[in-house]
Ligand binder design. Structure first.
Ligand SMILES: Nc1ncnc2c1ncn2[C@@H]1O[C@H](COP(=O)(O)OP(=O)(O)O)[C@@H](O)[C@H]1O
Ligand SMILES: [Mg+2]
Length: 369
């Protein structure tokens, strides 16, 4: 991680009252991260989220993504929004990882703008939608999932929770072969005490963030970095089956389902990944594994997939045998026998892999509260 731009400045941004008693917000950024807005050239829209529009652009003639925060309507919202902007920029400026979108700079006047590297592959949600009703190649899905895990491992090791992990916040590089985690709008540093429950997007939100009873806006709840592991499990499920999680349910029904331990169905998930998914979306956050463990499991699984693909084809029957099998139709062909022994070996490998996963995933883990 680079030096904390907020620590470099005197303090983080803060709410103040001006001479007329009106509430205002004072941004505190290290001057080194501030950019000159007159040097930005804006092009076409790349995407948009609830609070911002992102454009393709040029900054000092270099390609960038330009995230412009929508101007808030009321003073109260405006203060929240500025505070959120201060946090998003401060965190993004601090992190440096090959699977996290690179920060270029920011400004808060005349608009709140964040510049990041331009990722021409677009977001994972669009990529997945473009493949429906088909799915991604399994090796590719797992490799994308590993990219996300590595970024999350790094964030958690540095005390940062993302809180909005979902395909729309995962960006693809131009070659469509690598994922980078983006959108730190909900991210925050792990703090002791309770955090606001309004973090994230329903379909990917951990059950501990929901309340079964209606609660006032801004209510604090106890949760930790394991909320990201739950969101990741839903992303992993989507990467494999390429369907909408909890499809047909409205947001409120998704929240209800998740809080009542209903999870996406596992029918189309490879057997080797079932225990992993089940532990990642466990109701009890303490059971969910750390990203380091998930990376290790998925990397082993990816290696297995590659090895299986590289294995010489089992079907290599000499011409004479072909003729023979044509004559004795009732006899099982030898090819089948070869396949079976291969299958046994693979099953043994899978079993070994699964049990070793359980060893590290089921031990009690420390919880930040
Ligand atoms: N660096 C980038 N390169 C390419 N596209 C981007 C980039 N950043 C954001 N986008 C696009 O803009 C969308 C919204 O960006 P995001 O930062 O998630 O905004 P919000 O905070 O409003 O959700 C993303 O889903 C993606 O399609
Ligand atoms: Mg977003």
């Amino acid at each position: 991680m680079t030096k904390d731009p907020v620590e470099n400045a005197e303090s983080g941004g803060e709410r103040k009252g001006d001479a007329a008693g009106k509430a205002s917000f004072a941004f505190k950024f290290d001057p080194s991260i501030l950019i000159d807005p007159s040097c930005i050239k804006i092009g076409s829209v790349l995407g948009e989220g609830p609070g911002a529009i992102v454009y393709e652009g040029l900054y000092q003639s270099k390609p960038v993504a330009v995230k412009i925060i929508r101007p808030p309507k009321t003073t109260e919202v405006s203060l929240d929004c500025q505070e959120k902007f201060q946090r998003e920029v401060s965190l993004l400026a601090k992190v440096k990882h090959e699977n996290i979108v690179k920060f270029v700079g920011a400004c808060f006047e005349p608009s709140m703008i964040i510049l990041t590297e331009l990722l021409r592959g677009g977001n994972l949600q669009k990529h997945l939608w473009g493949r429906r009703p088909g799915t991604l190649d399994l090796k590719c899905s797992i490799s994308f999932a590993i990219d996300v895990c590595r970024a999350m491992e790094y964030l958690h090791a540095n005390g940062i929770i993302h809180r909005d992990l979902k395909p729309a916040n995962l960006l693809l590089t131009e070659g469509l072969n690598k994922i980078k985690v983006a959108d730190f709008g909900h991210a925050r540093e792990v703090i002791s005490g309770d955090m606001t429950s309004e973090a994230g997007t329903y379909r990917w939100m951990a059950p501990e963030l929901f309340s079964k009873e209606p609660v006032p806006k801004g209510t604090k709840k106890e949760y930790d970095h394991k909320a990201d592991v739950y969101s990741f499990s839903i992303v992993l499920w989507e990467l494999i089956v390429n369907r909408i999680p909890f499809s047909g349910r409205t947001n409120i029904l998704v929240a209800y389902a998740s809080a009542n331990q209903i999870r996406p169905e596992l029918d189309d998930i490879p057997q080797d990944l079932v225990p992993l998914l089940e532990s990642c979306w466990a109701d009890d956050p303490r059971i969910r594994p750390e990203f380091m463990e998930i990376t290790s499991h998925l990397s082993n699984y990816h290696k297995q997939l590659c090895a299986a693909e590289a294995e010489p084809p089992a079907v290599n029957v000499p011409e004479a045998e072909h003729q023979e099998s044509n004559v004795k139709e009732q006899e099982p062909p030898k090819v089948h026998m070869i396949d079976k022994s291969e299958e046994k070996k693979k099953a043994k490998r899978r079993k070994k892999c699964r049990s070793s996963f359980f060893l590290f995933c089921c031990r009690p883990v420390a919880v930040h509260e």
